[in-house]
Design a protein around this ligand. Structure first.
Ligand code: UDP
Length: 462
């Protein structure tokens, strides 16, 4: 486990020194209000707090975190002016675009208030998708540092996006790892977003990245070595890989939904490595027919399964009312369905032998850290990139090509029962070991954290 060392100064040290240290230790963190972004930001806050920094978290009103879960932080809510129709639309790109239009004024006022009340701000750390914060940091003369909650490779996609179709650019990429990611395919998939808003986000986000003092990524160096060296060519700031954050701050309570612990007692009754855990994260949705296909695919696979069906995840349904007749009877005690699971605990459970995931970055990292092989069904955005890493580069999972019951049944068996699954499982266990090594005292993550805190301290002194 990563060792956090806090040096306590003796009373002999001068008051002035103490004052200077305290002044330079206040950080303001700006959050993007989605589950997969809030969790790593709160984890980062917790780690930096344990290293002696005081923390203020500024967040839009949407999905406000519960301050009573984090009494050690100061929370400031800023108006986001999101409308009901924007929220019901569930268009993530549109929401990110809107937040970056509505938040700058209240965010600036909030920072000015902190500065006017004589509180020094050592650095402004913002979610990369709250890129408006970098301009405000520049205007106020504050060091701006960005936290990327996706793979570091996504940073490459922004500056080179328009070149991804060009023969020259692709043939220039000699690295087998990058070739295996099929970046050209990603261009098509990423272009599905509303063109105007996505275009603007890409430009402004890239500009923010280029001005930031450091780029922190919840990743591990060994996972994306070749992409990282390419990313570094595009941005002057150091890229600091500090993952897996959830292992460094395991106690943080950041769930927007209520975790159903009953699934752990159900897992306790299952054989080792027999259960396929199915979760599509906090945002992806399916239609009723897809729910039915998944249900029969799981049932026919004959494997025990733990299935998270978030309320609202099935379009046009409240929860699981569209499950087919006969499904419950055919499954009996072999299946457990919950609205939200304590995912990191589930993945660490001895009974779990596979993770059918939408391949959000947090889920991907959490699965790697427990050595759980994956079944990938990406929906949008970086989930496609993560799937390419999982299936083509690290080779710790299989891609589910479509949501048809026969295909689901076969692919689950390939992963959980067939010989093919053994090799995948072995590679997943190898990655788990490498991930754990990042956290030892001389590991890459531990070194990165030391570098980050030094970086913040020196930036705030200049
Ligand atoms: N998660 C959870 N319980 C669930 C499903 C998901 O705690 O039942 C957590 C999961 O551990 C992860 C986050 O929600 O930390 C989802 O983030 P991810 O980046 O994987 O996907 P997103 O929700 O952003 O699409």
């Amino acid at each position: 486990m990563f060792q956090i060392t806090c040096h306590t100064r003796t009373s002999k040290e001068t008051g002035k020194k103490m004052e200077k240290q305290q002044k330079s230790s206040h950080l303001v963190l700006v959050m993007l209000p989605f589950q997969g972004h809030m969790t790593p930001m709160l984890q980062l806050a917790s780690i930096l707090h344990s290293k002696g920094f005081s923390i203020t978290i500024v967040h839009p009103e949407l999905n406000s975190p519960n301050p009573s879960n984090h009494p050690e932080f100061t929370f400031v809510s800023i108006p986001d002016k999101l409308t009901e129709s924007q929220l019901s639309d569930k268009n993530v790109t549109g929401l990110v675009w809107s937040l970056n239009k509505t938040c700058p004024v209240p965010l600036r006022q909030c920072l000015e208030k902190i500065l006017h009340s004589h509180h020094h701000i050592a650095a402004l750390i913002y979610d990369t998708q709250m890129y408006c914060a970098q301009t405000i940091a520049d205007d106020l003369g504050l060091p701006g540092i960005t936290l990327r909650t996706s793979a570091a490779t996504t940073l490459l996609l922004y500056p080179v996006f328009s070149q991804l179709d060009e023969e020259d650019f692709m043939s220039e990429i000699k690295s087998p790892e990058l070739q295996a990611l099929h970046l050209q395919r990603l261009r098509g998939l990423l272009s599905q977003n509303p063109a105007k808003e996505m275009m603007e986000i890409r430009v402004e986000l890239t500009n923010a990245l280029k001005s930031s003092l450091a780029i922190i990524v919840n990743s591990m160096e060994f996972l994306e070595l070749e992409a990282l060296s390419k990313v570094k060519q595009y941005f002057p700031a150091p890229i600091i890989t500090i993952g897996p954050l959830h292992k460094l701050a395991p106690a943080i309570c950041s769930s927007l939904f209520t975790e159903e612990d009953k699934c752990i007692s159900w897992l306790n009754k299952q054989a080792p490595k027999s259960v396929i855990y199915v979760s599509l994260g906090s945002m992806a949705s399916i239609d009723r027919q897809e729910l039915i296909e998944i249900a029969w695919g799981l049932s026919n696979s004959k494997q025990p399964f733990l299935w998270v069906v978030r309320p609202g995840m099935v379009r046009g349904s409240e929860w699981i009312e569209s499950l087919p007749n006969g499904f419950e009877e055919s499954v009996g005690e072999r299946g457990c369905i919950v609205k939200w699971a304590p995912q990191t605990e589930v993945l660490a459970h001895a009974a779990v032998g596979g993770f059918w995931s939408h391949c959000g970055w947090n889920s991907t990292i959490e699965s790697i850290c427990e050595g759980v092989p994956m079944l990938c069904k990406p929906f949008f955005g970086d989930q496609h990139l993560n799937t390419s890493y999982i299936c083509n580069v690290w080779k710790i999972g299989l891609e589910l090509q479509n949501l048809e019951r026969g295909n689901i049944e076969r692919t689950i068996k390939r992963l959980m029962v067939d010989m093919e699954g053994n090799d995948i499982r072995k590679r997943a266990m190898d990655l788990k070991e490498k991930a754990a090594f990042c956290l030892v005292e001389e590991g890459s993550t531990s070194c990165s954290f030391n570098g980050l805190t030094k970086h913040i301290s020196s930036a705030s002194e200049t």
